[in-house]
Design a protein around this ligand. Structure first.
Ligand SMILES: *Cc1c(COP(=O)(O)O)cnc(C)c1O
Length: 432
């Protein structure tokens, strides 16, 4: 048995042997971007602009929605989905306690009130029962997030929304290409928002986002709100008359051209992620104490993130889950396996939401997930990462062979988690 890297042994994973750049920029991507620069049409309102309108049509067709409205980023898309859907000042919107902060910030941007609900322990998505408990006469919408790439429980949320007369909004920023009962995310709610941020599974070379909807009234309002509330002349130019209190959320043509060039490859990329991470999950789940994400039979996971939980009890240890997670994290990082913690707080505990949100409890499931889980992200799980994931599995196996030593070391040393974060920073991987 070889010595743990934590104690001076040789690391299992040699990151310099793998390309973990994300996004992958091809010659074709560079070509379409330079063509935009040569043509000189730079925003969705530029004369002879072709990429933004084409992306709207192609992406809406891809998800199976009637209309797409391209915008500057995913947070703007969420803001417009809410306001175009009719959410306004004082309305309450139910949001998961566990998601990226933009999901709930967009509710504040709409001058509405986020009301947080706890999530499922294995799916990390909104728990429909917790949602139901949060509904009041002021509730206007449910904003569900397909977190890390797994679709939320849409049938249950749809039933609640219909019964209570609520708008159902999808945050699909992490789930490009994921399917629920045979339909792609982005076509499952009344309106959906997604992001093409450079980190996402369908990335642009910067920032971008899109709304998709079957409702013509929502699409029409989103189009107005995207550029100053101006209804535009028949030739697509500004009429210079503000009809609504809109913003400037127009998409840049370079970003649109880049995403358009990536979209045809998304189905194959998604299938590759699914193959790689289903296999990785299957192997990892055999290590006692590793709990892999659950993928219910009626949906597919797009694996934007791979989050696993760690339970010390099946591994034979009686120590707090957070301590076990920190011990394993340190040992994995030393072996060259770059797992990351990512979020550190439930959304309702962020300073901005402590005063602005409605809170009713401590969100125990969200807190437990944050305490005992780690993630693999971006370049580490990109579509061609199967060989790297094999090495990662070897690193996990090695750590599990020496788990007694790993735990003993954690119980005698201090500041283990700070150490772990320093190792990540020093390695310089996964830069923004
Ligand atoms: C990335 C992300 C957003 C925000 O998208 P931006 O394009 O970065 O504004 C919103 N929600 C979730 C779940 C995300 O992951």
């Amino acid at each position: 048995m070889s010595r743990l890297a934590l104690f001076g042994g040789t690391p299992v994973v040699r990151m310099d042997e793998f390309d973990t750049t994300w996004p992958i920029v091809t010659d074709g991507d560079i070509q379409v971007v330079t063509d935009v620069l040569r043509r000189g049409a730079f925003t969705s309102l530029s004369r002879h602009e072709e990429h933004v309108a084409a992306l709207e049509e192609e992406y809406a067709r891809y998800v199976g929605s009637a209309a797409g409205v391209a915008v500057a980023n995913g947070t703007a898309a969420l803001h417009l989905a809410l306001t175009a859907g009719g959410v306004g000042p004082g309305d309450e919107v139910i949001v998961p306690a566990f998601t990226f902060m933009a999901s709930a910030l967009a509710v504040l941007h709409a001058q509405a009130v986020p009301v947080f609900a706890d999530v499922g322990a294995r799916t990390f998505n909104l728990n429909a029962r917790r949602v139901e408990e949060r509904i009041t006469p002021r509730t206007r919408a449910i904003l569900c997030v397909h977190l890390h790439g797994l679709p939320a429980d849409m049938a249950e949320l749809r039933a609640i929304a219909d019964r209570r007369g609520l708008l159902l909004i999808e945050d699909a920023a992490q789930a490009h290409g994921a399917e629920y009962r045979g339909r792609r995310v982005g076509s499952l709610g009344d309106v959906a928002a997604t992001s093409f941020h450079v980190s996402k599974n369908l990335p642009t070379c910067g920032e971008g986002g899109m709304i998709t909807t079957d409702r013509p009234d929502v699409a029409r309002r989103a189009r107005l709100l995207r550029q100053f509330g101006d209804a535009l002349r028949p030739d697509g130019q500004l009429a210079h008359v503000a009809q609504l209190a809109g913003w400037n959320y127009k998409m840049n043509v370079i970003q649109a051209a880049f995403v358009r060039n990536k979209l045809p490859g998304l189905p194959a990329d998604t299938a590759a992620r699914q193959r790689n991470l289903t296999e990785f999950s299957r192997r990892l789940a055999q290590l006692p104490g590793v709990i892999c994400p659950e993928v219910p039979d009626d949906r597919t996971h797009a694996f934007h993130f791979f989050r696993f939980r760690l339970d010390p009890r099946p591994a034979g240890f009686d120590l707090p889950p957070g301590k076990f997670r920190r011990a394993v994290h340190r040992a994995l990082l030393a072996e060259g396996a770059f797992a990351r913690q990512y979020q550190v707080l439930p959304l309702p505990a962020h300073p901005v939401f402590r005063s602005a949100a409605v809170q009713r409890d401590e969100y125990p499931v969200t807190r437990a997930i944050l305490e005992d889980s780690l993630t693999l992200q971006r370049g580490v799980i990109r579509p061609d990462a199967a060989p790297l994931l094999d090495r990662y599995f070897d690193a996990f196996s090695k750590v599990w062979e020496h788990l007694d030593d790993v735990v003993r070391e954690a119980q005698t040393s201090r500041g283990a988690s700070a150490d772990a974060e320093r190792v990540v920073a020093a390695a310089g991987v996964e830069r923004e």
